[in-house]
Design a protein around this ligand. Structure first.
Ligand SMILES: CC(C)(COP(=O)(O)OP(=O)(O)OC[C@H]1O[C@@H](n2cnc3c(N)ncnc32)[C@H](O)[C@@H]1OP(=O)(O)O)[C@@H](O)C(=O)NCCC(=O)NCCS
Length: 162
């Protein structure tokens, strides 16, 4: 698709809950998006335990997905991935904004996520949404040459004076 139709398609993008029948497509996007992808089983577990699992559709094409857990005042954004040909059109920002608003609506005070410091694209996105680094998890990620640290990022959602 050339860039203008793509852009138009994106204005019609819709967010909806992920279902069990979406998992094979989600897992295919995951394998295309990451060197060390989650398995289908992990996505099924996310659905089973009631995590907030969303997909973003552009027409009949699933363009991406996002997964978040909420509890004890904290939201954890666990995965956001956009199909290669639909990147750089604002879809991840839209998914992130949706998840953040959802976390706020659930009364969560803070949202956390982990990112590989080498993932500059995602790091730019999160910084532009106001996430700030609050820690490092040493050797958190599998990497081609062993392990890679994770940067732990936080966004304050609701100020709690107590
Ligand atoms: C990271 C990812 C989700 C971004 O998706 P996207 O839909 O292309 O992102 P958006 O179009 O919403 O861009 C939002 C912001 O991200 C940053 N960004 C996106 N693409 C970028 C690029 N190629 N270079 C630098 N920054 C970039 C920018 O800050 C951008 O905002 P701007 O367009 O206003 O400048 C996508 O590249 C992806 O799925 N990557 C593989 C999976 C992954 O790494 N997920 C994150 C794991 S922590």
């Amino acid at each position: 698709m050339s860039s203008e139709p793509r852009r138009e398609a994106v204005t019609a993008a819709t967010l909806r809950p992920m279902h069990e029948f979406d998992v094979p497509v989600v897992a295919a996007l995951e394998r295309a998006g990451y060197q060390f992808p989650w398995s289908e089983g992990i996505f099924r577990d996310c659905l089973r335990v009631g995590y907030i699992c969303r997909v973003i559709d552009v027409g009949a094409t699933m363009a991406g997905y996002g997964i978040m857990s909420v509890g004890a005042g904290e939201a954890h954004i666990l995965n956001v991935c956009i199909r290669g040909e639909f990147r750089r059109l604002g879809l991840a920002r839209r998914m992130m904004t949706h998840l953040i608003e959802r976390a706020r609506g659930c009364g969560m005070r803070e949202a956390f996520l982990e990112v590989r410091p080498s993932n500059t694209v995602a790091s730019h996105l999160y910084a532009s949404l106001g996430f700030q680094q609050v820690g490092t998890r040493r050797g958190y990620y599998q990497a081609a040459n062993g392990r890679e640290d994770a940067a732990v990022l936080r966004l304050i959602l609701n100020f709690d004076p107590n």
